[in-house]
Design a protein around this ligand. Structure first.
Ligand code: SF4
Ligand code: MG
Length: 318
């Protein structure tokens, strides 16, 4: 039941109390060894903050983050440094995470050296191994990031994340900046790495179709909360939460059992501000099934089929 709230100072002319941004608000999730979890939702729903909460890069307001039984919330910087070696982040824009003045060799050798993963004379071989693992020819070792395409740069960033032998990768929209044709290559690479190295992966995306093939389970987030969680294909083929149904219907090529009128469900407007979420079910202003009692209290995640949950009080009726 993890929450990460931030005080936000309003920039108005008149002094006002700091408002509270409930970026992550009561999330319970588990991630198994080797599992790929797709985390989906519109921008601003708290996906990236949840990733940073798991890594304890932001202070948690309440709740507990556990890594193999170790409590990370409230742990010392030293314990956190050890834990973060096991959990590596991959970002949307590899250009921002790679130093433009470092060759690929330097970028990959640095973590090996700093964390004393390999003795000095072994580093060139380890760098070549990392490059091969992500499908880059080791002869490109002395090149700089700008000499590579966007997809190749993301491969370098992934290789750098793998240098410390992590158990968990958290990839925050790792393909959103890439051409569609390249996206599939990076998705296949991540899926293969997870299989070969028994890595757990949290794959963050705003688009369900991106996470469809790679994920074992999918979690759908809306305004800081998980509103649906279940096996990936079940969630996409038979979405239960009205918000997930709208996301699925927005994927043009996806056949799903949305009833006879399986047409696109258009959501009105942008999600409301997380600074002032609507009362009750935060989705109610955009929900075509909303009734008066949806405004009364926040719906908890309720059983919605085998290994599935959804946060909607009208699951039986819709
Ligand atoms: Fe829609 Fe009500 Fe269900 Fe929320 S609880 S998703 S408003 S039907
Ligand atoms: Mg984000």
């Amino acid at each position: 039941d993890v929450a990460t709230h931030f005080p936000v100072r309003s920039r108005g002319w008149f002094h006002r109390e700091a408002e509270i941004l409930k970026a992550v608000d009561g999330v319970t999730l588990s991630l198994a060894r080797g599992e790929v979890l797709g985390l989906v939702g519109e921008s601003g729903c708290g996906k990236s903050t949840l990733a940073r909460t798991i890594l304890q890069l932001v202070p948690t307001t309440s709740g507990t983050v556990l890594l193999n039984g170790r409590t990370l919330t409230g742990a010392s910087e030293r314990e956190l440094a050890a834990a973060r070696r096991e959990m590596q982040l991959v970002f949307q824009d590899p250009y921002a995470s790679l130093n433009p003045r470092m060759t690929v060799f330097d970028a990959l050798a640095e973590p090996l050296r700093v964390h004393q993963i390999a003795p000095r004379d072994e580093i060139p071989r380890r760098v070549a191994d990392l490059m091969a693992r992500v499908g880059l020819a080791p002869r490109f070792m002395q090149k700089y990031p700008h000499e590579f395409s966007g997809g190749q740069r993301q491969r370098i960033a992934i290789a750098r994340a793998l240098a410390l032998n992590p158990h968990i990768l958290i990839a925050d929209e790792p393909v959103s900046a890439l051409d569609v044709s390249i996206q599939a290559q990076i998705l296949n690479l991540l899926a293969r790495l997870c299989r070969e190295m028994n890595l757990s992966l949290i794959f963050i995306a705003h688009d369900l179709s991106v996470v469809k093939h790679i994920s074992d389970r999918i979690a759908v987030m809306y305004l800081g909360k998980i509103v649906e969680l279940g096996p990936a294909l079940d969630v996409i083929d038979r979405p239960r939460h009205p918000y997930t149904q709208a996301l699925v219907s927005a994927i043009p090529a996806l056949k799903s059992d949305l009833g006879p009128a399986a047409s696109r469900i258009v959501l009105d407007g942008d999600p409301p501000s997380p600074l002032s979420p609507p009362p009750g079910c935060a989705f109610h202003p955009r929900c075509r099934y909303a009734v008066a009692r949806c405004r009364e209290r926040v719906p908890p995640l309720l059983p919605a089929g085998e290994n599935r949950t959804a946060a909607c009080i009208r699951l039986d009726e819709i």
